[in-house]
Design a protein around this ligand. Sequence first.
Ligand SMILES: Cc1ncc(COP(=O)(O)O)c(C=O)c1O
Length: 447
Amino acid sequence: MFGLFEPMKNIICKAGPKSRKIAKKDDAIITKASVPRERPTVLEKGKGVYLWDKDNVKYLDFSSLIAVSSVGHGNPDIYKAIKEQAAKITHVAGNDFYHENMPILAEMIANSMPIKGKKRVFFSNSGTESVECAMKLARYYTKRTGYLAMNNCFHGRTFGSVSMTNSKMIIRAGFEPFLPVVAHTEFPYCYRCPFGETDSNSCGRKCLDYIERVTFKKEIAPKNIAALFVEPIQGEGGYIPAPDWYFKELKKICSKHGILFVADEVQSGMGRTGKMWAMEHYNTEPDIICSAKALGGGMPLGATVFKEKYDVWEAGSHSNTFGGNAVCTASSIAALNFIKKKNLVRNAEKVGKHILSRMKEIQEKSKTLGDVRGKGLMIGLEFVKDKKTKAPNPKFRLNLMNACLNDKLLLLGGGKSVIRIAPPLVITKEEADKGIDIIEKNLKELE
Ligand SMILES: Cc1ncc(COP(=O)(O)O)c(C=O)c1O
């Protein structure tokens, strides 16, 4: 039976005939393993914060297509950089030969990061590869075999990263066994504190104490842990920020036990949270930072950045074919320059604050919007059946997302019943208001 605030009928996404035809063709050949596409929308082109589908329907994008298109869709600076580079050469096997984009970009990224002193950079093609690199580097440097990760984390789906990822069982079930020495500890998901605390500081404190008191005593000996992997704001898990003081304390625990601190900024980096790198909010210096998604300006690019002292591995010990691809690095350089030129980090902070405060107002009047949280343009809305019991309401979340899509607003799901708001960083306050109005209207109608 339907719960108290669940609508009686599922809201079905309306897509046009051209979209439906392509979606049908795709469903017949593309593996089912990819995320279930609940909406048959076929995207064709984009401009700024807007997207058009195959039937020429225009959408406002509140997702950046999984936090990638931060500089906006169809960005002319990116197009120019890609076109000019492609006319010269597309691929240079950057691990066998040199290409000037690689050191230029590496320097730009490294200089923007909250890691002091000299750094080294490894380029790859995706988030999961940037995590794999960090896992191998940490093991090579420390000569330890274990890893510590957080419950509800997402670090990718290749065997190393998926050994840590546990945001959803569907990502793990059937793929076991994983890397043998991976332990998980509690992340301060303060809305649903694993220790039942209602205050975020107490939640953070309990999670932190648990590491030394239980994780290191019962799960894994700290002397066996090469690195701790943590998302500064949990991403796929549902846009969950930790208390402001938390990472500084977490880093102290790592330093005490010789554990490298790896910040997975694949989703939170590149200005999304109102700082270039989310770790800057926490005044905490990671040993290694992983980046991808928005890094390539819409092209596939990953980077792992670390203190030079960890660069002890031998030449040829870790490498790849496409890392530092000429076109992807050209696009990334253009993206970084665009972010600076348009002051997008500041815009993310400003517009993000506006969205957060409007959503909090809406939350007060809503029966189902249990939590509103986030930093910059990385905002999570968590839907519940009842604000007291906090029972997750994934069906309501999906219906709301579909209803908004029918009203031409594209949203991103996350966690069990969270909507992630992650628009391109070029979004204006007026455009943000347009999207919030659509959420507010549909929320009221569905409740
Ligand atoms: C924090 C984080 N790390 C790693 C990944 C994996 O990135 P990719 O899908 O590019 O492999 C993701 C993807 O969502 C992510 O959010």
